[in-house]
Design a protein around this ligand. Sequence first.
Ligand SMILES: C[S@@+](CC[C@H](N)C(=O)[O-])C[C@H]1O[C@@H](n2cnc3c(N)ncnc32)[C@H](O)[C@@H]1O
Length: 254
Amino acid sequence: MTDTQPQAQGSGGADPATSASRKGNDVPEPRVTTMFDSIAPVYDRMNTLMTAGFDGRWRRAAVRAARLSPGGTALDVACGTGKLTGALARAVGSDGLAVGVDLSQAMLDEARRVFGELPWVEFRLGNALDLPFADGSFDAATIAFGMRNLASFEAGFREMARVVRSGGRVVCLELSVPRPRFMGRVYTAVFRVTAPVMGATLRRRAAYSYLPHSLDGFPPAEEIAATMRRVGLKDVSFKRLGLGVVALHVGTAA
Ligand SMILES: C[S@@+](CC[C@H](N)C(=O)[O-])C[C@H]1O[C@@H](n2cnc3c(N)ncnc32)[C@H](O)[C@@H]1O
């Protein structure tokens, strides 16, 4: 992964209703939560290792896509250890508010340990599929490497669109399968082997076996864009980052 420049831009494309990809994660929510609870202490280290340090750059691209201003409000869904929440907090500044929501108490504990001192940052236990906020509460909502874990991708986007004010942005940063197809096959084969092996070095092999599984059947970027349009988001576009192993989607709330 040596390249974070956009590889391709997408703003149109047919709704690939005939594709065989999944509509949501098939691993039950309690198991997902237990798994993230178990990896919370090593999550940031593993992330840096597995992305060769590019994850920070990708998160900064997500913050730029959220188009926040000082004094603004941002929600980071499935915030994990709060890396993106912290970056959003820097964008809105001390007159703003950045809120992180996650289902894993252990991930939230890590987030609070690192960012809990900032008075304009809050972390809350909550489900991405039933966000504990009123309609139109935020200027932007983001999700980074979280969408793949939700039982329904469409319901996840619908909730994000609901809590963002009209004209605000919904941003999704997520793993993707590179193109062309041959590259994608090589990548998924390598990922399937290396993720559990890397996890084993930190005695978390079982949890890191879940990662390649969660990418199996995850919709391609064009289909994610179509899902965003279906929930009513406007001006949906995406770009591929890191040679296509990541996609950054953006839409505007109606
Ligand atoms: C791969 S981590 C990503 C964490 C963080 N956003 C980042 O950029 O590193 C996925 C996170 O999604 C959370 N998660 C999974 N399902 C969720 C749900 N239904 N609602 C809220 N959080 C969820 C997990 O607990 C985990 O912290």
